[in-house]
Structures are given as C-alpha cells and as structure tokens.
Design a protein around this ligand. Structure first.
Ligand SMILES: N[C@@H](CCC(=O)N[C@@H](CS)C(=O)NCC(=O)O)C(=O)O
Length: 206
C-alpha cells in the first residue's frame, strides 16, 4: 500500500492526500513534520534528504516533492483524465502546477505563516501588506485564465488544479482584504463540490 509521510495540515501534504482521494487510492499516512518530528531522524533523511514533507513510498519507490508525487500518481492511475495524454494538454497542466511554486513563494511564508503561525506581536505588518498585494497581482493571472475555461487546464478537472487549489483554500480563509476575483472564487467553489477536496483540503486554518 502507498505510504505517505506528512502532517495533514501541511499545504504540500494536502496536495498528495487530495490527489489520492480523487484517485480512490488507499494509503497509510504517518504524521511527520513540525510537532511530530520524524523529519529529523536519520531514517527519514535517508528517504528525503530535504527533511521536509511529503514523502511517499510506493512498492519500494520513494518520491518527494509534492508536485512530482501528484504527477506520478496521476500518470500511474489516471492517464487520459487527471493526467492528460495529449502532450500539449499535459504541458499546459504542468505549467499551472509549476507556476504554483511562483505563487507559493510569495504566499506561504510571507502571508500564511505570518498570519496563522506567527504571534501578533511578532508580525511585520508592512511585509504582510506587500505580500497581500503581490499575491493578489499573481492571482490575477489565474483569474484571467479561468475566464476562458472552468478549470486551470481546460474544460475538466485535472492535476493542474491540485497544487493551486490547496493554496487558494488558505488564501480565501485568511483574515485579509481580497479584491473581487470572481472567476477564481467560482473555480474555488467548483473545487469545494469535490468530496476529496472537502475532506483533505477545505479544513480550518491551522
Ligand atoms: N517543494 C516541496 C516543499 C516541501 C515543504 O516545504 N514542506 C513543508 C510543509 S508544507 C515542511 O516540510 N516543513 C517542515 C515541517 O513540516 O517540519 C514540496 O512541494 O514537497
């Protein structure tokens, strides 16, 4: 059975858990990271030298990097649906997955960590505000794309939607001002209709 190391409230672990839910894959999850430790052990470092989560093991094959894991699982179990077989359709989907790293760099530490995992007296209000503006600007790229299609890579849900779908759930739940981005909101609502998204991603901020 597929093994997943990672705490369930990590945005990058959520990508893998949601993906498994979409694919109907059974898995065993081992809590790791932050308060659970594990990542600091030599045994874990042998699996993942970055000492980060998630890591998966599939029949002896060890893989880390959440987007690579999502690609691998979708290619293995959902070729032609979540993993587009057409080369250009797949490149389009992968582009949105990779672009999510660009968004994540501006969002995860500067905004999410700053507001959710940093005590108020230690928050840098100016940095938070500039991150909010930068994230709004970046999300306008997704907003424009979603004007042309209901999902990031076309008419159907694919692996393209998984990484950004996890970060955007945090974005919409942060106590910040968000200029209206109606297509992004509508896309987020479409994701929220999916049982696996509700189970693994659409959870309270923590
Ligand atoms: N690029 C990596 C980033 C992994 C990463 O930064 N994971 C965070 C959690 S979201 C982590 O392991 N933080 C340390 C910890 O939880 O102990 C991926 O996408 O898998």
């Amino acid at each position: 059975m597929l093994r997943i190391w990672g705490r369930a409230n990590s945005v990058n672990v959520k990508k893998v858990l949601w993906c498994c839910g979409e694919l109907g894959l059974p898995f065993e999850r081992i809590d790791a990271g932050l308060q659970y430790g594990v990542v600091d052990t030599p045994a874990y470092a042998r699996l993942n030298p970055n000492r980060l989560v998630p890591t998966v093991e599939d029949d002896g094959f060890v893989l880390w990097e959440s987007h690579a894991i999502v690609r691998y699982l979708c290619a293995k179990h959902a070729a032609g649906t979540l993993w587009p077989k057409d080369l250009r359709a797949r490149a389009d989907a992968e582009r949105w997955m990779d672009w999510t790293h660009t968004f994540s760099r501006e969002f995860q530490r500067p905004l999410f960590w700053a507001l959710v995992r940093t005590p108020p007296e230690k928050r840098d209000v100016k940095t938070i505000e500039s991150a909010r503006l930068r994230c709004t600007e970046l999300l306008s790229i997704a907003e424009k794309n979603l004007g042309e299609k209901p999902f990031l890579a076309g008419g159907a849900f694919t692996m393209a939607d998984i990484p950004l779908g996890c970060h955007v759930q945090l974005w919409f739940n942060l106590p910040i001002e968000r200029p209206a981005q109606p297509r992004l909101s509508a896309w987020h609502e479409r994701l929220r209709e999916r049982p696996a998204y509700r189970k693994w991603v659409d959870t309270p901020l923590s």
